[in-house]
Design a protein around this ligand. Structure first.
Ligand code: ZN
Length: 158
């Protein structure tokens, strides 16, 4: 049950994973493949489903908290200065919520792919995304090469 407690310190040490057990997502132990275990074996599918499900649960709780918070605070300040601060705060919270919503959608999509057997393969070129990368980014839909290419293109467009 310590899994949930560790949630805030998520994604510690994403880089420099050189054979060591470094990456933990929400306190999950990195998956240890058995020798000769095939990619996206039932065990791996189960592993990533667990990660995605607890991540989603965490996010949904957060969204709930934000909603409650917004409702509680609405219209409590008469002072215009306070109101301005409050509005900024609201805007920030709404943005956070928006980001969380998008993430929840991505997680749902990943869970769907887990069910259809598409999970873990690059959307663009079809190669295996790799366990290690998925441990750090369970919703990744691109392999590291396609992702890098994508980012370069994005930068050029700006
Ligand atoms: Zn790719």
């Amino acid at each position: 049950m310590s899994v949930e407690k560790k949630a805030s310190s998520k994604k510690t040490e994403r880089k420099g994973v050189a054979g060591k057990t470094a990456t933990t997502f929400f306190g999950f132990e990195p998956y240890r493949s058995k020798r000769g275990e095939e990619y996206m074996s039932p065990g791996q599918v189960e592993h990533f489903r667990n990660i995605l499900l607890s991540w989603r649960r965490e996010l949904m709780e957060e969204v709930d908290r934000t909603v409650t918070h917004l409702q509680d605070d609405a219209g409590t300040f008469a002072d215009p200065n306070d109101r301005a601060t409050q509005e900024e705060e609201f805007a920030l919270e709404l943005r956070t919520r928006d980001r969380e919503r998008k993430l929840i959608k991505k997680i749902a999509e990943s869970l769907r792919q887990l069910g259809t057997g598409d999970y873990g393969y690059c959307e663009a070129c079809g190669v295996e995304i790799g366990i290690q990368r998925l441990e750090a980014r369970p919703t990744a839909t691109l392999c590291i090469d396609c992702k890098t290419l994508d980012e370069i293109k994005e930068k050029q467009m700006v």
